[in-house]
Design a binder for this molecule. Structure first.
Ligand SMILES: Cc1ncc(COP(=O)(O)O)c(C=O)c1O
Length: 431
């Protein structure tokens, strides 16, 4: 596909005025519009979005009609819709009575992670924070200090926030030796001095890797025994992405002190929150984590509409059915393309499709890029996060037809790749 003059000139314009740290996209896409599950580029070409806008638009691109509360972003005071939103969110907290849960709103997922560090320290009066290798928590200073996603995070701006320790992460494939190594490193930190665990329940940007069940339970038991705060980052995975409302509900009897949400919460406008047990949340007082636009009523109004939509009858059962279709579809692809698909990772509606090279002249990352690029040419938008897996996180309300269409495009892209029909010219776009 030759990139149109229109796209090329917008990309050039973009480079001439937007800072390089905001250039994350590897595909020559300039979006002019979007509707339902589709993005529309400057030339009017449509792309099925299999990433839900990086999970910021889990219900597709639509105009959200407000509930009718006045919405104006006046800060630092009570807004009716903010209170209503909190009242509705606390009902989702697993294992704790709603009246014992509190919500602190913010503006983005990174900042919710910073709040988690402050809360863990304030609550326990200890300093050490434990995160896990490969986590992505964001790019504010606290969040980035807990982030070790390879290749993306630079230490140009070191020093990071002190007293943050990173332990080995174990997914379901980990053996006992790997689990023991993680627990041994933890023991070296001295449990009594640890303020909190901040856990990305499912490592999204590492390939949709749920934390190992055994490890999660062991960490939780250590936290309970030693008074360590237990926080899960579900900025990407909350709102039924993995099956239950929160991914942590996939782990029996683990009841976190707080859960972090963001991305989709505001249905496309900046909104995040920390939701947790009252005593934990009350460890910070007024002004200790305040943002002018945190929980502004414009965003809360939208979030209420998002909740209305996901609470509609039939939403969950339709999603369960879509999850089955996606799971079967990806497995069919894997079986049909053993040469180019190495494996699939993930859960629910969050999968990684791992691509391997079939040609010694290409490494796996390049192979993955070429498959992604071909799918893009064929009208499917996916992402590759610097590695050799494709991010498959369709919109939760995608139609069966669109789901099948996306899978068919992936099939065609893999076939083209295996038949040597994708030109390596596209690699010039690779970051
Ligand atoms: C698990 C997780 N935590 C935190 C963040 C950071 O959120 P934001 O980009 O809104 O700051 C992200 C964003 O991708 C994420 O996936």
């Amino acid at each position: 596909m030759s990139v149109s003059d229109n796209t090329q000139s917008f990309l050039a314009l973009d480079k001439s005025v937007i800072a390089s740290y905001q250039h994350l996209s590897e595909l020559p896409l300039v979006i002019k519009d979007a509707h339902g599950s589709y993005l529309v580029d400057v030339d009017g070409k449509e792309y099925l979005d299999f990433t839900s806008g990086a999970c910021t638009m889990n219900l597709g691109y639509q105009t959200f009609k407000g509930q009718g509360h006045a919405s104006f972003p006046f800060p630092y005071t009570t807004a009716l819709n903010q209170v209503e939103l909190a009242q509705r969110l606390v009902k989702y907290y697993p294992g704790v009575n709603s009246e014992d849960v509190r919500v602190g709103f913010g503006v983005c997922g990174s900042e919710a992670n910073d709040a988690a560090i402050k809360l863990c320290r304030a609550y326990t009066k200890r300093k050490k924070i434990v995160a896990f290798k490969g986590d992505y928590h964001g790019t504010t200073f606290g969040a980035v200090s807990m982030t070790t996603l390879p290749g993306r995070i630079s230490d140009k701006f070191a020093p990071m926030v002190p007293e943050i320790y990173v332990l080995p992460f174990c997914d379901e494939t980990a053996d006992n030796e790997a689990l023991d190594e993680c627990l041994l490193q933890l023991a070296f930190l001295d449990y009594e001095t640890i303020a909190g665990f901040v856990i990305e329940t499912v490592q999204g940007d590492m390939g949709m890797l749920p934390m190992n069940q055994k490890l999660m339970t062991m960490l939780y038991n250590i936290a309970k025994t030693w008074g360590i705060a237990f926080v899960v980052d579900e900025v990407q995975m909350a709102f039924y992405r993995t099956g239950p409302f929160f991914a942590i509900e996939n782990y029996a009897e683990v009841i976190p002190d707080a859960i972090l949400m963001g991305k989709h919460l505001g249905g496309g406008v900046p909104l995040s929150c920390v939701m947790g047990k009252k005593e934990f949340m009350d460890a910070l007082g007024p002004c200790e984590h305040a943002f002018s636009m945190a929980g502004n009523s414009e965003a809360c109004e939208r979030a209420l509409v998002v909740l209305d939509l996901i609470e509609k009858e039939g939403f969950r059962s339709t999603l369960d059915h879509s999850m089955m279709i996606l799971y079967e579809g990806l497995n069919t692809l894997k079986n049909k393309h053993p040469k180019s698909v190495s494996h699939i990772t993930g859960i629910g509606f969050a999968f990684g499709l791992w691509i391997k090279s079939i040609d010694q002249r290409l490494n796996n990352n390049q192979a993955c890029f070429m498959v992604m690029y071909k799918a893009f040419e064929l009208g499917l938008y996916t992402m590759r996060l610097g590695s050799n897996w494709l991010r498959i996180e369709p919109q939760l309300n995608i139609s069966n037809d669109d789901l099948q269409k996306g899978l068919k495009i992936l099939d065609e892209a893999l076939t083209a790749f295996e038949n040597g029909q994708i030109s390596t010219d596209c690699l010039k776009w690779m970051l």
